[in-house]
Ligand binder design. Structure first.
Ligand code: FES
Length: 114
C-alpha cells in the first residue's frame, strides 16, 4: 500500500501478538478504522491505547489487538503482523482491512472516498 502510515510502539507490557523478548512491541495503522482520520499524535502510553480519534472519538486498545474501547468505529484498528529476524523487525502482513482500501495485498488499490 502506498501513502499509508503505520506506527510501531513498545508498550512495556505483554500485548496480544506482540514481538520481542517481552512480547510488547506492536504496530498499527494510523488510519482510524471508522472513516480513516489520522491517529497521529493520539498514542497514550500510560493507557496503552490510541485515541480518542479527533474526528469521532474512537479509541483503541493496543495491548488487545487494537480492539475498540469506545467510539463510532465498528472494527478494531488494523494491526501489523510483525516478525523478528536477526534483531530486526519486519511487518509481514496486516490483520483487518485498512480504511480506504479494498484489499491489504501488496499493491492494493485505494478506494475513492465519496
Ligand atoms: S474517523 Fe476516527 S472515529 Fe471516525
Amino acid at each position: 500500500m502506498e501513502k499509508h502510515s503505520n506506527f510501531l510502539v513498545k508498550l512495556g507490557a505483554k500485548a496480544s501478538d506482540g514481538v520481542g523478548s517481552a512480547q510488547d512491541i506492536v504496530a498499527f495503522s494510523y488510519a482510524c478504522s471508522h472513516m480513516g482520520c489520522p491517529l497521529v499524535g493520539r498514542y497514550r502510553a500510560e493507557h496503552k491505547m490510541v485515541g480518542p480519534c479527533t474526528c469521532h472519538f474512537s479509541t483503541f486498545d493496543l495491548a488487545k489487538n487494537g480492539t475498540l474501547i469506545i467510539g463510532q468505529a465498528t472494527q478494531s484498528l488494523p494491526q501489523m503482523i510483525l516478525e523478528l529476524d536477526a534483531g530486526a523487525i519486519f511487518a509481514t502482513g496486516v490483520t483487518g482491512l485498512v480504511y480506504g482500501y479494498r484489499d491489504n495485498l501488496d499493491g492494493g488499490t485505494a478506494v475513492a472516498v465519496r
